[in-house]
Design a protein around this ligand. Structure first.
Ligand code: NAD
Length: 505
């Protein structure tokens, strides 16, 4: 039986929309439709597929306010952030792939070694089939649209299951597909929660692209590997920011405040641990508190999106305070009440025994710790199960490169925060518990492609030296191997001894 999906504004509780959920029983039908749409879509030329990408970009540019409002009412985020972090990255990736896709997806000729004289080699890229995209609620538009667009450009059909926490974003994406006349069933949106996600994973996807928590990612990864379905897992983070004493203090303070509190801290790459060199620690904290207190609720900081996340944040902050942490800004959890707006919190006196330093908080909380040496900072930053992003702050470029190279992370930023994800040329993905695989950059299209390596012979020679019969071949093949892999000196002595043997015969 179909349930009714009710979308509510996270901060006001007001009902925004309601409609029927996709029944799990419809899953086989979704895959059937996706299969037929794939046959049609994959046979269109890349050029034709890209015309829809161009239409999508223009549609979005002409409807920025409407899209921003939809995102804000679904998430409670402030309008500027909807524009900068949810909409602009999508327009940017559309424009990037519009130009770049023909280069990435075209046939690539590769060299053929001399041993295979007469042959040629190349790599071709084909679409996979139906891609299942499952997305989270924190940037529900961007994190749905970017993999969807990438998979479509590569020639796949897509089933998208957006988060049930921000369900109207699924309706918005369906509307965009309709407005640009995207051929039927090339993109289908499945509306529902965890059970529907599970049923879709258990269905017939040719690739699963998942963005969400480590816990869910692990379950999907197990199911995908059991059935040998390729998957990309974009999971959580606990990103460190390391500030050395020679960094621009003003810039580091502004960077930390934005990096930790943008989107109310509900960012997979939020700054969740700040390590400050001992000599500047006091001044850094004073300035940090001053800047944080200037932030305006509702204008700079939006509401939380998901009630359940408030409980996690509360648990982490209370655990830290109970174990001796000091709350320098924001309210004690006992005073939060029912509001989904949380004032940004800075915590000091924190230790590795607290959840605030070890588990993903995903809220407007910034724990700050001091360190003495470079080695200590690197060790503390790496002391985590996560590896999504990290930032290093210093004016010493050599030190910056050296420290970054020692961090175990999928992405890193020097004297800035989060920003790697905004450069469409750079691949994006996490290591350790933060995920497996990449998207964005050229990898973003190749992830959704089946790669085929081809070697071509003109077909005139009767046979190859390595084919049957083997009689009297051993010595000839041995000579060939030695000659082929030898350096000049070895080659001369090889030819000499062969000549000697020949004379002796
Ligand atoms: P979540 O794992 O609870 O849910 C994500 C999606 O998975 C939702 O659509 C949900 O319905 C679906 N789902 C849940 N259980 C499922 C199951 N068993 N099978 C199939 N689908 C299932 O995550 P969330 O709370 O929506 O998102 C927050 C998390 O996402 C945070 O940990 C955050 O760090 C992470 N995240 C990562 C990135 C990244 O790029 N690495 C980006 C944004 C968010």
């Amino acid at each position: 039986m179909k349930n009714v999906m009710i979308a509510k504004h996270p901060a006001t509780g007001e009902t925004i929309d309601q409609w029927l959920e996709t029944d799990v029983k419809q899953v086989p039908e979704l895959y059937e439709k996706a299969g037929s749409a794939f046959t049609f879509w994959s046979s269109r030329s890349l050029e034709t597929r890209l015309t829809y990408i161009t239409k999508m970009k223009h549609y979005m540019l002409s409807n920025l306010d409407e899209i921003a409002e939809e995102i804000c009412s679904a998430t409670g985020k402030v309008k500027t952030e909807a524009l900068t972090s949810d909409i602009m990255p999508v327009i940017d990736i559309l424009q990037h792939y519009e130009k770049r896709a023909p280069k990435v997806l075209r046939r690539k000729k590769v060299p053929t070694p001399l041993l295979f004289v007469g042959k040629s080699s190349y790599v071709d890229y084909f679409p996979l089939g139906t891609v299942l995209v499952i997305s989270p609620w924190n940037f529900p538009f961007q994190l749905s649209m970017t993999p969807v667009i990438s998979a479509l450009i590569a020639g796949n059909s897509v089933i998208l299951k957006p988060s049930e926490v921000t369900p109207t974003i699924g309706l918005l994406i369906e509307k965009i597909a309709r407005e640009i006349n995207l051929p039927k069933n090339v993109l289908q949106v499945a509306h529902g929660g965890k059970e529907l996600g599970q049923a879709l994973v258990a269905g017939a996807p040719n690739h699963i692209f998942f963005t969400g928590s480590v816990e869910t990612g692990r379950k999907i990864g197990v199911e995908a590997s059991r059935r040998l379905i390729p998957s990309t897992l974009e999971l959580g983070g606990k990103d460190p920011m390391i500030i050395f004493e020679d960094a621009s203090l003003k810039r580091a303070v502004h960077g930390a405040v934005w990096g930790a509190f943008t989107n109310a801290g509900q960012v997979c790459m939020s700054i969740e641990r700040v390590y400050v060199q001992h000599s500047i620690y006091g001044e850094f904290i004073d300035r940090l508190v001053e800047e944080t207190k200037k932030l305006k609720m509702g204008e700079d900081i939006g509401s939380l999106t998901f009630e359940g996340q408030k409980e996690v944040i509360k648990d982490h902050v209370l655990d830290a305070i109970d174990k001796g942490a000091l709350l320098l800004t924001g309210k004690h959890p006992d005073k939060w009440g029912d509001s989904m707006y949380l004032e940004p919190m800075i915590l000091t006196n924190v230790s590795e025994k607290m959840k605030i330093l070890t588990e993903e908080t995903f809220g407007p909380v910034m724990p700050v710790i001091s360190f003495s040496t470079e080695e200590e900072a690197i060790n503390q930053a790496n002391n985590t199960n996560f590896g999504l992003n990290a930032s290093v702050w210093t004016k010493d470029s050599e030190r910056a490169d050296r420290v970054v190279s020692k961090l175990i992370t999928g992405n890193a930023v020097i004297n800035d925060v989060l920003i790697t994800v905004a450069n469409p040329h750079l691949p994006f993905g996490g290591v350790k518990n933060s995920g497996i695989g990449n998207y964005h950059g050229d990898e973003g299209l190749l992830t959704f492609s089946r790669q085929m390596s081809v070697m071509k012979d003109p077909g005139y020679k009767q046979k190859e030296i390595n084919w049957y019969p083997y009689k009297n071949k051993y010595d000839k093949v041995k000579f060939l191997i030695q000659a082929y892999y030898s350096n000049k000196k070895e080659m001369i002595s090889l030819v000499r001894s062969a000549y000697k043997k020949f004379r002796q015969k």
